[in-house]
Design a protein around this ligand. Structure first.
Ligand code: AMP
Length: 427
């Protein structure tokens, strides 16, 4: 089979790495890819936003399966366009991708299906949203309706921040159309967990649990990022929670979508918060998580390719999935300044030395090959994943690998999975 993976981050490197291992994979392309995907697949210089060029490439190169990594092309309807050309693509159609691309669509669906989530109010007028702040209990969470490059969620600790956020989103339109409508919701307390499910329209197959670290700095301080690290399995997850999530979240969601005539086929990833009242949905994503993919796929023993195909074909109920019992930890190395301004073009050394460690996998994100050198080319630069018989062992190995990689102004968190390891007295 000829496979095209769309995207150029750590998630896509992990997808390419895993799909490449399939005995059914003959050629793997990645558009646009990064220095890491370029080593194991054929990079194609087409940006993820150029849907027409991607279709032309897939047709001309007889691509059998396209796997869409990021949310934006899904929201833009890439899978519908591919289907229109009789090209097979993994990911939801545009109507189903709204579960991620519109927080209001997701919230209304959750309300209708009685899916546990934060109490929320929806606003289309800035004056009403500003007025609502006067009677709010702080902190509140303010969310732009549309996709805003991961920056559309603000936790406002007081009325002044809430007002300036509303003005920024609704009046100054910092995120364009995405902030035309907003959601203001109650701040929930608890620990977060990422659930991934392959959904074939009717049935689903759960992947292993994972937890990510969203804040830039140790101790969960600093601004939100795309994700600074992850570990799997999640230490706040158990079979009872899984049962509740299936009964109270996944099944009613799929029923609700089908009632609206929407078939979701692809990867559904609810971001959950485990509160004292049980799990609640913070958001729905319609694609693999980043960096969750980098921590999950090294634990996946099964061939990923038939699972993706079964998801498209509506036969996921006939599939089994096998996992490593060992734990995994992923640490993201970022450019200094990320998620704010940073300087790209820094030479990266030590990647080969780090990769020599057993049970370590390095997934590139913002990297570019320049002559014989790998240079930084993005905020998140590489993700280092290690497996271990315990979370503690995986963590130690991952940090050992990280210590071998260097670039100017490299920044990473020192406390990925630390609380989980400290809490587990048996380790
Ligand atoms: P989202 O994109 O909706 O997942 O939001 C990004 C991050 O904001 C989440 O991972 C949480 O850390 C935080 N967040 C979102 N909604 C809430 C909420 N209602 N209560 C507390 N934290 C939240």
């Amino acid at each position: 089979m000829r496979i095209l993976v769309i995207g150029g981050g750590g998630r896509e490197h992990a997808l390419v790495w895993k799909l490449r291992q399939s005995p059914h994979a003959d050629r793997v392309f990645c558009a646009p890819g990064n220095a890491g995907t370029g080593e194991i697949a054929e990079n194609v210089q087409i940006p993820v936003s150029d849907l027409k060029a991607l279709i032309t490439f897939a047709k001309e190169n007889h691509v059998d399966l396209t796997v869409v990594g990021p949310d934006d092309p899904l929201a833009a309807g890439i899978v519908d366009l591919f289907a229109g050309e009789k090209l097979r693509a993994f990911g939801p159609h545009q109507s189903a991708a709204r579960i991620e691309s519109s927080k209001i669509f997701a919230k209304e669906l959750m309300r209708r299906q009685k899916i546990p989530t934060a109490e929320a109010r929806i606003f289309t007028e800035s004056a009403e949203a500003l007025h609502c702040c006067n009677s709010s209990k702080f902190p509140v969470v303010i969310k732009a309706d549309g996709l805003a490059l991961g920056k559309g969620v603000v936790i406002a600790p007081n009325i002044a921040t809430a007002r300036s956020t509303i003005e920024e989103m609704m009046i100054r339109r910092s995120f364009g159309e995405a902030g035309r409508r907003i959601v203001i919701e109650e701040f929930l307390q608890g620990t977060e967990c990422s659930l991934h499910a392959l959904v074939d329209g009717k049935n689903y197959l759960l992947l292993e649990s994972a937890r990510d670290h969203k804040r830039a700095l140790d101790g969960d301080q600093g601004p939100n990022t795309g994700g600074m690290g992850a570990f799997s399995p999640a230490n706040n997850w158990n079979s009872e929670l899984q049962y509740r999530c299936e009964m109270d979240i996944l099944q009613p969601l799929l029923r609700g979508l089908l009632n609206k005539g929407i078939t979701f086929r692809g990867l559904l990833y609810p971001g959950l918060i485990i509160t004292t009242d049980g799990p609640r949905v913070l958001e729905f994503n319609c694609r693999f998580g980043d960096p969750e993919t980098q921590v999950l796929l090294p634990r996946l023993k099964s061939d990923l390719l038939p699972l993706l195909e079964a998801t498209i074909d509506g036969t996921i109920d006939q599939c089994a999935i096998e996992w490593e019992s060992r734990a995994a930890v992923t640490i993201v190395l970022a450019s200094g300044g990320y998620p704010g301004k940073y300087e790209p073009g820094k030479s990266i050394s030590g990647l080969d030395e780090a990769a020599k460690l057993e049970e370590v996998q390095i997934f590139h994100a913002g990297t570019k090959r320049h002559c014989n050198e790998v240079k930084t080319a993005g905020g998140r630069v590489v993700a280092v994943t290690a497996l271990g018989s315990t979370l503690k062992a995986a963590r130690a190995r991952a940090y050992e690998a990280v210590s071998r990689i260097h670039f100017e102004n490299c920044h990473y968190r020192r406390d990925i999975a630390l609380n989980a390891v400290a809490a587990n007295v048996t380790e």
